[in-house]
Each structure stands twice: as structure tokens, then as C-alpha cells.
Design a protein around this ligand. Structure first.
Ligand code: BYC
Length: 472
């Protein structure tokens, strides 16, 4: 069960005084960071109807109540260890999992944990102004739910750093609060986490696509031989599902409303004239966040990834569905772009592990786009959304430095510069979105013109429930 201590936990923190003291020392810095860099304007006078993890039991882990955001009970939750768990892949396949960090893998593990940890506060920073432009109280609450849980995921990684990496781990935990999304001197580690999220279409696409990268990366880390890392990430995945729900249904509700407005405007009319979001703008934001999130999987051919796999540190999503867990001699048929042409070549599968995970990710995204297109179909629209080609708008890996259109056709740099805003949000698109979001909607049950209400509320509450209230 979760203890009711200063730091809620189910890891028996009070029996390890040194660790407890170290985390209690970090806690006020975290709260200060949350106040400075978290949701702006909603720290002191608002109560938010959020869920808080109170157990790791899949059937009843969450509790809903009104909370002032800085008073959220951020804690440390690890599901119980699986009895006799064995290493599931790589060179140590079949051996017992590790409960301590092996010295020879300490740097690699620390790097993986720091990279994962860095994304969590980054996303809170990226989203900190959205409350001022929210389409409804329901959406505002969902934004804050996502934010507090990303904060908890930071706690999860900081717990691992403090517990298993000594002084270096403590220093890394401090730096997680020092780097800042988009800061020129101290940016966040991964590129997508330095991009601005200024409007709610960005937010929904981010939670659809970038949180889904969170899902694929956490799934691969949950296979890790380091058992505490595996257990921590397993529980993070439970919370992550809601974030993708927010993104997928957010875009779905915009699509729903855009279809209604298109009918109102007459099919050939401009929905922007009546305050809606047109499909090309939705497609551009999809292109932007999908391509940024493809980059988050790292280079196609990666010796880092090979070594993570060989050492059992980071596996594949759903490792148990594969037949070969050692993958010593297997190869992966990969597309390369050489002299302006696509050619395929075999590379060692271990070196292609980033691409294997990216394949899984693209499939998961594609299924979501099929669900969105059903809405367009239902409304009799002929347009469809689609995922751009993997080569489009890449900044990491072998396609970075080249230019492609969303169909994967190579372009010169000049053509790209001339045409990029046909496929990516332009400053004018962003300006338009900000203009229709300038007036936040804080009245229960009311929704901004560009988005349809959800089908149901949160935790069986009605849609017009006061999900965020100002303190009496
Ligand atoms: N941006 O061998 P390579 C989430 C660097 S999201 C900038 O190709 P590797 C969340 C790389 O560090 C999930 N740099 O890559 C979602 C390396 O640098 P060095 C986050 C990048 O190491 C929403 C060089 O390029 N989790 O949870 O195999 C809200 C060559 O590297 C990028 C993780 O990321 C990039 N995109 O793999 C909140 C899991 N990509 O060594 C949260 C942990 C690569 O030359 N991290 N580089 O200095 C990893 O598994 C791996 O580090 C990566 C990269 C998949 C990120």
C-alpha cells in the first residue's frame, strides 16, 4: 500500500533514512520548479479534479479529488516484483534479473534514465501557458492531469537516480530541474522537447504522437534487466494511457466540429471564416508532431541501441512476442537513401533496434489515424488524414540533412524552403489558431467553437461538471 508520508511511496522509504533525506532535500526544489515552470496562473487559487495514484493494484490504483496543483501527492510507486523474473533478451538471456546496477553498465543505464527523466519536466514546461487558452474546463482538467503525472514520472526517474547511482545520480537529479525546454543555453536533451506547444492543436497532437513515443520507449525500458527500472516504467505506462486518450479524443473532437462547420460553411466554403480549424491545418500539425516523434527513436543504425540490447538494458516493445531473444546473427532489411535513390541493404538486427521500435510505433500511430478517418467518413467527407512518409522532416538519423515531401519524394533545399508550409504549420497558421484560442472558456459545460464536447465526462462525472474551480 502507499504510505501517507511526506513523500507517498510503496518502497518502504522510511527504512532507508539516507535515501529518504536525499529525496526530501530534492522535494522543495521540485515544488519550486513546479511553481515557476508548471501551469501558469493555476497554482494558488484553483482546485482541480485530478486522479492521484494511491496503489499499484491495476483494479483500483487511482483516487479522484479536488487538489490545488502544488499540493498534488507526487510519490514513488513500484509494482510488486514478478517472482523469479529472468532477463528476457540479449547476451544475458535467461539469467536472473538485476536488483542493483552492475558497475559495467552504470553509465549506459544512467544515460537512459536521465534521457527518459528529462522529457517529463520538459513537457510540463512546454505546456505551461495552455491553461490561459483552454477550450473548456474539461480540457483544462485533462491538461493538468497530464502535467501532474509527467511530474510524477520525473519523480519515478529521480527515485532511480538517487537510489542506484550515488552522487552522480543526485547531481543528475538536480540537473533535471536546471535544464529548460527551449532554453538556448540549457535546453532539454531531445529535440521535440524544446519545441513550443503554443496552442491546443499542438497539445493534442503532442499527446497523441509524442506521448505515444513515451509509450514505445517505456515499453522497451519495461523489458529491462534492471528490475527496478522495469517495475517503475510498467507503472508509468498505466498513467500514460490517459495521456494518449486526451490526444486522440482531442483531435477527434476537433475533427467532429470541423466536419459540422464545413457543412455549415457549404462544402467548398472556408471553415476558418466561421472560426473552425480546417483539415489542411490539422494535417500540418499531424505532420509536425509525427515527424518530431519519429526523431525521438534515435538513428536508424545505432551502435548505442545495439549495445543497450546486447547488455539487456533496453529491449523491444513486447519482447515476449518475438521468437529470437538473443538476435545475434539476424539481419534487418533497411532502406537507405544513396545518391538520390532509395536502396535496401541488410544491417545487423541489433544495430537496427531503434528502427524496430520505430516500426512498432508507426503501426500504433497508423491505427489511431484510421480511427480519426472514420469520423471524416461518417460525415461524408472525401478528405482523409494520413501519416507522412518516415523520411519527411527528419532531423535525426540518416534522413537528416535531406528534404522530402510527405509522400517521401526527394526535394532540393530550395524546393523544400519554398514549399515547406504546404506541409508544416506556418506562422500564419499559428497566428490563426492563437486568434481562435485567445478567449479561454472557463464556464462549466461550455466549449470553444472549434471543438466538439466529449461524449462523456471524467470518472463518470457529467460533461458540465466543474472540473476546475476557483477556491471559495
Ligand atoms: N534529439 O545512437 P543514436 C516520453 C542523440 S518520450 C536529440 O541514434 P540512441 C514523454 C543521441 O543521444 C520517451 N538528440 O541514438 C512523452 C546520441 O548522442 P551522442 C523518452 C538525439 O542513443 C511525452 C546521438 O544522437 N524516452 O517519455 O540509440 C511527454 C546518436 O544517437 C535524439 C527515451 O528517450 C533526438 N531526438 O537513442 C512526456 C528513452 N535522438 O551519444 C514524456 C531513453 C538521438 O552522440 N532514451 N539523439 O551524444 C533512449 O532510449 C535513447 O537515448 C534514444 C536515442 C532513443 C533517445
Amino acid at each position: 500500500m502507499i504510505s501517507a508520508e511526506k513523500i507517498p511511496n510503496n518502497v518502504d522509504l522510511s527504512s532507508n533514512k539516507r535515501l529518504q533525506r536525499a529525496l526530501e532535500h530534492w522535494q522543495p526544489r521540485y515544488i519550486q520548479w513546479w511553481r515557476d515552470m508548471g501551469p501558469q496562473g493555476f497554482q494558488d487559487y484553483h482546485q482541480v479534479y485530478v486522479r492521484t495514484a494511491v496503489s499499484v493494484d491495476p483494479d483500483g490504483w487511482a483516487h479522484f479529488e479536488y487538489v490545488k496543483l502544488p499540493e498534488y501527492r507526487w510519490g514513488i510507486f513500484l509494482p510488486d516484483p514478478l517472482p523469479d523474473r529472468r532477463i528476457g533478451f540479449g547476451d544475458f538471456f535467461g539469467q536472473p534479473v538485476w536488483h542493483e546496477v552492475p558497475g559495467e553498465f552504470r553509465n549506459q543505464l544512467r544515460r537512459l534514465i536521465v534521457t527518459q527523466g528529462d522529457t517529463e519536466p520538459a513537457s510540463v514546461e512546454q505546456q505551461r501557458w495552455l491553461g490561459q487558452r483552454c477550450p473548456s474546463l474539461y480540457d483544462l482538467r485533462n491538461l493538468f492531469q497530464v502535467n501532474v503525472e509527467e511530474g510524477r514520472h520525473l519523480w519515478a526517474m529521480v527515485y532511480l537516480l538517487h537510489s542506484y547511482f550515488g552522487r552522480d545520480g543526485r547531481d543528475e537529479a538536480e540537473e533535471l530541474l536546471d535544464r529548460q525546454s527551449g532554453n538556448r543555453d540549457k535546453p532539454r536533451i531531445l529535440e521535440a522537447f524544446n519545441e513550443p506547444i503554443d496552442n491546443w492543436l499542438d497539445f493534442f497532437m503532442f499527446t497523441m504522437f509524442t506521448d505515444r513515443d513515451g509509450k514505445s520507449q517505456l515499453m522497451s525500458l519495461s523489458e529491462s534487466s534492471l528490475d527496478p527500472l522495469s517495475r517503475t516504467t510498467r507503472f508509468m505506462l498505466t498513467e500514460e494511457a490517459h495521456h494518449m486518450f486526451v490526444g486522440e479524443t482531442g483531435v477527434a473532437r476537433i475533427l467532429e466540429r470541423s466536419c459540422e462547420l464545413t457543412k455549415q460553411a457549404g462544402y467548398s466554403g472556408d471553415v476558418r471564416k466561421i472560426g473552425g480549424i480546417d483539415l489542411p491545418t490539422i494535417q500540418k500539425h499531424l505532420n509536425q508532431w509525427f515527424s518530431l516523434s519519429l526523431d525521438l527513436h534515435g538513428g536508424e543504425v545505432s551502435s548505442n541501441a545495439a549495445s543497450y540490447f546486447a547488455n539487456g538494458l533496453k529491449g523491444r516493445a513486447k519482447e515476449d512476442t518475438f521468437d529470437d531473444h538473443v538476435v545475434k546473427n539476424a539481419s534487418y532489411n533497411m532502406e537507405f537513401f544513396e545518391n538520390g535513390r532509395a536502396v535496401t541493404k541488410d544491417v545487423l538486427m541489433r544495430n537496427a533496434m531503434n528502427e524496430v521500435l520505430r516500426d512498432w510505433y508507426v503501426g500504433d500511430c497508423a491505427a489511431g489515424v484510421v480511427r480519426w478517418n472514420r469520423i471524416l467518413e461518417r460525415h461524408g467527407m472525401s478528405d482523409r488524414l494520413q501519416l507522412p512518409d518516415r523520411k519527411f522532416n527528419r532531423h535525426i538519423g540518416m534522413y537528416s540533412g535531406f528534404h522530402f515531401d510527405p509522400e517521401g519524394v526527394a526535394l532540393t533545399k530550395e524546393e523544400w524552403e519554398r514549399r515547406k508550409y504546404e506541409w508544416l504549420p506556418s506562422p500564419a497558421d499559428s497566428e490563426y489558431l492563437l486568434s481562435i484560442m485567445a478567449q479561454p472558456v472557463y464556464e462549466p459545460g461550455k466549449f470553444a467553437n472549434y471543438i466538439a464536447p466529449p461524449r462523456r465526462g471524467i470518472n463518470q462525472k457529467p460533461v458540465d461538471f466543474e472540473y476546475v474551480r476557483t477556491e471559495q
